[in-house]
Design a protein around this ligand. Structure first.
Ligand SMILES: Nc1nc2c(ncn2[C@@H]2O[C@H](COP(=O)(O)OP(=O)(O)OP(=O)(O)O)[C@@H](O)[C@H]2O)c(=O)[nH]1
Ligand SMILES: [Mg+2]
Length: 298
């Protein structure tokens, strides 16, 4: 045991699509949190636990803060804004292409109530002109007294080591909160259902992915193989036929991609069966939301 073990809870907050889940996966070196091109990919907070010899950093991935139009949206915003309560520091992630706007104002107000150090990560610097980065840093540094400002590309990895070392610098001596082999607080069922939802987000367009929820109802492990059964809920019969696709082709694709990711994550062969069900307006249905695990914290 080293003499001074450090630990910290770190909330990663920002608008939808800023790259919060991407940077966490990159730091972890494995995929814990699903990522897609579409905003509102992450629906609830997810812990990613980085274990090193002399520290344990617990990242709290959060949903992007946005203008909510459904009860699910309200839940997501609340999960994001409340994630700053009780953490040791926050990483505010800005999308360099989008800059600082209403979502960031809202988040900053919440962070300032907490009196915790905030690291500003300016992401997607690969997607903007180099000359625009310095003025952006100057503009953003006026917003509050950030503990550090780090330009990064979560996608390509630039600056991510620096971000991690700033986090470690701010971490204080503390206990190991989770077993050293833990990588997330999510159950295997939750991970399996997130993987399926990611494929739907990636393969389907418009309102279909955002109106979809996945419930894993079966998970049986016989040691060698994992049998997983899941329901995909959607809002309309027309969506159901799109998700299933011609002759079942789309559902097959979702299943194949999901199974590949599951086999990687669980390290064994997976048999996956998927069913598609219509549940109109589940995003505003308290019973369904509760059933799917979207319950507000006390
Ligand atoms: N060009 C570029 N794209 C990036 C970078 N980081 C993330 N992205 C892309 O941005 C999109 C959103 O990434 P996510 O990690 O899902 O974003 P998020 O902030 O977790 O989004 P929500 O969960 O919806 O709040 C994906 O298509 C990523 O590949 C980056 O550094 N550069
Ligand atoms: Mg996310």
């Amino acid at each position: 045991m080293s003499e001074s073990f450090k630990s910290a809870f770190v909330a990663v907050v920002g608008r939808p699509n800023a790259g919060k889940s991407t940077v966490i996966n990159r730091i972890m070196g494995e995929k814990i949190s699903i990522v897609s091109k579409k905003p509102q990919t992450t629906r609830g907070k997810i812990l990613a636990i980085l274990n090193e010899k002399d520290c344990q950093i617990v990242f709290v991935d959060t949903p992007g803060v946005h203008r909510a139009r459904t009860k699910l949206g309200d839940y997501m915003n609340e999960a994001a804004l409340r994630s700053a309560c009780g953490v040791d520091m926050a990483v505010l992630m800005i999308d360099a292409e989008k800059g600082f706007g209403t979502p960031e104002e809202r988040i900053l107000k919440e962070l300032q109530k907490e009196d915790i150090p905030v690291i500003l990560a300016i992401n997607k610097v690969d997607a903007v002109n180099k000359e625009d980065i310095l003025p952006l840093i100057a503009e953003l540094s006026e917003k509050m007294d950030f503990a550090a400002i780090v330009p990064i590309s979560a996608l390509h990895g630039d600056g991510v080591d620096l971000l991690l070392s700033e986090i470690k610098n701010l971490a204080e001596e503390g206990p190991m909160f989770y077993p050293e082999d833990a990588v997330t607080d999510k159950t295997e069922r939750e991970i399996a259902s997130e993987i399926i939802r990611e494929k739907i987000l990636r393969l389907m367009q418009q309102e279909i992915p955002h109106g979809t929820a996945v419930e894993v109802f079966e998970m049986k492990d016989d040691g060698k193989t994992l049998k997983i059964g899941a329901n995909i809920f959607c809002e309309k019969a027309s969506h159901k036929s799109i998700i299933i696709g011609k002759g079942g082709a789309m559902l097959k694709k979702v299943g194949t991609y999901a199974r590949e990711d599951m086999e990687k994550f669980f390290g064994k062969k997976v048999y996956l069966s998927l069913w598609v069900k219509v549940k109109s307006d589940w995003r505003n249905d308290n019973f369904m939301l509760k059933n799917l695990g979207f319950t507000k914290e006390e």
